[in-house]
Design a protein around this ligand. Structure first.
Ligand code: FAD
Length: 458
């Protein structure tokens, strides 16, 4: 610590910052942390957790309908947005409290307020300043708005969690996972939803079979998906909004939400003055050990714009602690990070897409199965499950696992262990299924799709 107030000062009390602070303190380091909004960060306060609670809420109307096929008579259900939001807020408050308690128990001193660097070892929080041997920046990201006129009348995901009432007609701009998830949430809760995306298909970067299957399913559920189109202007009218599209058409709605991207939170952090190098998009540049261009300053999580997911921010923070405080330098391994989209039906994915796998491994064996899940034989719901394995032909290693369908995120989490362990198709074949499940399909797919058909699916 050599004359400093702390060994470590962490800026940002979200997924990466809190984990880094707690784990460093557990090694005996003297640690402080500052958070400008609420402890828990994006994931807990206005990301993963509230989003998934709303996603659960939005699935119930299908559950009520599906129950009929199983002999249940359900009285006409009604939905109360205010109650949902109040319950969600109560849970988020509880989690925020748990985060603060965890910090306290770990012996971390925590501050509320915006923090900025005065020099490489000095952090200012409000009217106080502190020095630290090492600084960890974990300030996350923030939603960006498109530049077209009228977006001052739109909202981002931040505000979507606090709407006073459920809007009747919603336009969602974007094709990424947040746009897709909110389209599903509003649609499931009863809003009329139009999703507008400028590219040819939603979920850019995901395997094409996931993209195409999910697009088909959400359209069947009533989402008006418009691709290769942009919003040119949003006009505020007396009682609603009029969205002008690039194809000349117009959509009347009550809410427009931008889910078109996020940018790293580096504003007013003092980084340039201290000499911390930034990428073009503002992300903090780091090496594989999450060290910035300044020797004693590290950065983890969304502010570094590597893979912007909570478990990644957490793992990066743990690798930082191993490197700096445990004497066991460790680079975070960003390969084969599994992820999910909590759409209806949901998506789970790990490893390479078919296109990436072709580039990296050349010839592939593709196994794909599309079927109606057992549950929907009685519910009568027209919803398909798609499961896909991508196998490198020469090594027979399974290099990609993709699924759209009920429970996909829960199923693919397990598959991610096999992929990380380098499992071959023979190991999948030798694994006994659990019957009757959809997951067993991953260990019972025997025949690869003939080469030309697999290519045609791209
Ligand atoms: P954050 O969690 O964003 O924490 C950064 C914290 O720093 C914030 O609390 C901020 O207030 C604070 N801060 C910023 N500047 C300062 C400053 N100068 N001084 C003090 N404090 C500061 N990820 C998943 O893995 N699964 C999901 O299902 C998922 N869903 C998401 C849904 C939505 C709507 C959004 C927006 C994100 C979602 N994510 C999801 C992404 C996930 O939330 C982020 O990857 C994760 O929170 C990143 O953690 P972090 O520690 O880098 O930053």
């Amino acid at each position: 610590m050599a004359g400093h107030d702390y060994d470590l000062f962490v800026i940002g009390g979200g997924s990466g910052g809190v984990r880094g602070a707690r784990m460093a303190a557990a090694t005996g380091a003297k640690v402080a942390i500052a958070e400008s909004y609420r402890y828990g960060g994006t994931c807990v306060i206005r990301g993963c957790v509230p989003k998934k609670l709303l996603s659960y809420a939005s699935h119930f109307h299908e559950d009520f309908e599906d129950a009929a096929g199983f002999g249940w008579s359900v009285p006409e259900p009604s939905f109360d947005w205010t109650r949902l939001i109040a319950n969600k807020d109560q849970e988020i408050d509880r989690l925020e409290g748990i985060y603060e308690k965890l910090l306290k128990t770990a012996g971390v001193e925590f501050f509320h307020g915006h923090a900025r660097l005065l020099d490489a070892h000095t952090v200012e929080v409000g009217d106080k300043s502190f020095t630290a041997e090492t600084i960890l920046i974990a300030t996350g990201g923030t939603p960006t708005f498109p530049m077209e006129p009228g977006w001052e009348h739109g909202i981002s995901s931040n505000e979507a969690f606090h709407l006073e009432a459920l809007p009747k007609r919603v336009v969602i701009n974007g094709g990424g996972f947040i746009a897709v998830e909110f389209a599903g949430i509003f649609n499931g809760l009863g809003s009329e939803v139009t999703q507008i995306y400028r590219g040819p298909q939603i979920l850019r970067g995901f395997d094409d079979d996931i993209r195409n299957t999910l697009a088909g399913e959400i359209v069947k559920k009533g989402i008006n998906l418009i691709v290769e189109t942009t919003i040119e202007r949003i006009e505020k009218r007396e009682k609603d909004l009029l969205v002008h599209l690039s194809d000349g058409s117009e959509i009347e709605c009550d809410l427009v939400m931008a889910a078109t991207g996020r940018s790293p939170n580096v504003h007013n952090l003092g980084l340039e003055e201290v000499g911390v190098a930034l990428a073009k998009n503002g992300a903090i540049k780091v090496d594989e050990f999450s060290k910035t261009s300044v020797d004693n300053i590290y950065a983890v999580g969304d502010v570094t714009d590597r893979i912007n997911l909570t478990p990644v921010a957490i793992q990066e923070a743990m690798a930082f602690v191993d490197t700096v405080y445990r004497g066991t330098p460790r680079a975070m391994d960003h390969a084969d990070v599994p992820s999910a989209v909590f759409s209806h039906p949901p998506v789970g994915t790990v490893g390479l897409t078919e296109l990436q796998a072709r580039e990296r491994h050349g010839e592939l064996d593709i196994y794909r199965s599309t079927f109606r899940p057992l549950k929907h034989t009685l519910s009568g719901r027209d919803e398909k499950t798609m499961m896909k394995l991508i196998v490198a032909k020469d090594s027979q290693r399974v290099v990609g696992v993709h699924m759209v369908g009920l429970d996909a995120p829960e199923i693919v989490q397990g598959m991610a262990v096999a992929i990380k362990a380098g499992a071959t198709k023979q190991i999948f074949d030798a694994t006994v299924g659990i019957h009757p499940t959809a997951a067993e399909e991953f260990v019972t797919m025997r025949e690869p799709i003939p080469g030309d058909q697999a290519k045609a699916a791209e």
